[in-house]
Design a protein around this ligand. Structure first.
Ligand SMILES: Cc1cc2nc3c(=O)[nH]c(=O)nc-3n(C[C@H](O)[C@H](O)[C@H](O)COP(=O)(O)OP(=O)(O)OC[C@H]3O[C@@H](n4cnc5c(N)ncnc54)[C@H](O)[C@@H]3O)c2cc1C
Length: 300
């Protein structure tokens, strides 16, 4: 099979290629590696987007932080604004694959690949991120929560390119977030169970909370019952236990070679406890090191 690859410098040329049926490739760590492993054949027409400068960079602004679609996990995991205000996203980006995966893998590729086990999805959903999609006919924003529609599927059309992920500005004080995942071996694994929590604490009371599960449903999902269990409480042990129980009751994991559904369900409770407790500690101003998966290892 011959694969036709174009590598334009201008965004317009990428969009024109997509409109005529080509598929985008960014870092290639999903698309190309997947094809080599025989998971999925390469599309016969590819447009490489890695030379388009407009898609690069992490841009803090007055109302939002824009992550260019080509921002790599390595760049995101050390960015000072991400570390300070969107800590769950740093937790996630810091544990994607290996050093090489993080250096080449992009946020755009991670989101658009839409794996139910993808690392950045839970943090982006809990931090209220939007996906900015462009095509030859215009640009629109879709909440990441609505973009992810199922395993490997998104609400984006084939002719749309994700150009940026936009995170609304969060105040530095009173907010905290964390993403933790269960892993057997560091580096080459995707999540078997992952939980994200983002909280706002006002005068000692949890005034807002978003909790999402990874690899525990056909796609990244918020668990509203767990959020409700936390909001209005002081984030004490009882409230955290109630949120964890709500997650355990809500998840619908699969059994596969990596873990059984029953084990994943039990671990969902444990990892919710860790994610929520860590988000609350960060909201209180405590510095819990990134990635939270390592720094909370062995925690109850
Ligand atoms: C060894 C290894 C370990 C890994 N470990 C993890 C892990 O721990 N956690 C995890 O979440 N992932 C992991 N991955 C998966 C992968 O590395 C990430 O999902 C990465 O972020 C994908 O980015 P990419 O730029 O390489 O995507 P690509 O492979 O270039 O693209 C992935 C998909 O997204 C589409 N796409 C890419 N960019 C855009 C865009 N801007 N707009 C529209 N569509 C687009 C492509 O057409 C393709 O369908 C691993 C992969 C490997 C090979």
């Amino acid at each position: 099979v011959t694969v036709l690859l174009v590598q334009p410098l201008a965004l317009d040329e990428v969009l024109a290629a997509l409109a005529s049926g080509a598929r985008p490739v960014a870092g290639g760590t999903d698309l190309v590696v997947g094809a080599r492993q025989g998971k999925r054949p390469l599309p016969d027409r590819l447009v490489a987007i890695h030379r388009v400068d407009d898609l690069r960079g992490i841009r803090p602004g007055a109302v939002a932080l824009d992550l260019g679609a080509l921002a790599t996990h390595a760049e995101i995991s050390v960015h000072p604004t991400v570390l300070a205000r969107y800590t769950a996203l740093a937790d996630a980006a810091a544990i994607v694959g290996s050093h090489a995966t993080r250096a080449h893998g992009t946020i755009g590729g991670n989101v658009m690949n839409a794996s139910p086990a993808m690392e950045t999805g839970g943090p982006l959903v809990c931090l209220c991120a939007d996906a900015v999609l462009a095509s030859t006919t215009g640009t629109r924003s879709v909440a990441v929560e609505e973009l992810l529609t199922g395993p490997g599927t998104t609400a984006a059309r084939d002719d749309e390119l994700l150009i940026a992920v936009r995170l609304p500005v969060r105040p530095p004080s009173g907010t905290g977030s964390a993403y933790v995942r269960l892993e057997y071996r560091r580096q080459m694994e995707i999540a078997v169970v992952g939980v994200t929590a983002a909280v706002t604490v006002t005068d000692g009371v949890v005034s807002a909370a978003r909790i999402a599960v990874t690899a525990l449903a056909p796609t990244i999902r918020r668990v509203l019952a767990a959020e409700v269990a936390l909001i209005g409480t002081r984030g004490d042990e009882t409230a955290i236990a109630a949120a964890s129980a709500a997650v355990q009751a809500a998840v619908t994991p699969i059994s596969d070679v990596r873990a059984s559904a029953a084990y994943r369900t039990e671990m969902a409770k444990v990892f919710t406890r860790r994610a929520v407790a860590t988000a609350l500690r960060r909201a209180a101003g405590e510095a819990v090191a990134v990635p939270a998966s390592s720094s909370t290892m062995g925690a109850a």
